[in-house]
Design a protein around this ligand. Structure first.
Ligand code: AMP
Ligand code: ZN
Length: 110
């Protein structure tokens, strides 16, 4: 678990962050710089650098992220109005934190 990784530090509670959800494998918290009224980050506790570094053994972690997304969207009340799920991959794809995470973005008035 790299000590220079911000999301590992958040997972380890070295950087105090309010979790909206936590279980053995994941944490969910609000993006500090929200792009929409609802902007959550769904983060596996396992340090995986980027989607390019996924191993076959990580498949369950990634599919589990989508189940949490489904539940959090409902919990945040955006499941019916709609939302986006986004992975930024590598620098050119907008990734700035190199610990895999899924953005859940929604809550616009549409
Ligand atoms: P990405 O560009 O996909 O790597 O997304 C990283 C996200 O983490 C950005 O949207 C940031 O606003 C967000 N972020 C950075 N630091 C924190 C923090 N301490 N707490 C919550 N979100 C953060
Ligand atoms: Zn990490």
């Amino acid at each position: 678990m790299p000590s220079d990784c911000l999301f590992c530090r958040i997972v380890n509670r070295d950087v105090p962050t309010r979790f909206l959800y936590e279980d053995d494998d994941y944490v969910v918290f609000r993006d500090i710089n929200p792009a929409a009224p609802v902007h959550l980050l769904l983060v596996p506790k396992k340090h995986i650098r980027s989607m390019n570094d996924l191993e076959k053994e990580d498949s369950a972690i990634i599919s589990g992220l989508f189940m949490i997304a489904r539940d959090m969207a409902k919990e945040q009340g955006v499941n019916e109005s709609g939302y986006k799920l986004l992975f930024n991959v590598e620098k050119g794809g907008g990734q700035v934190i190199f610990h895999v995470h899924l953005h859940l973005i929604g809550g616009w008035n549409r």
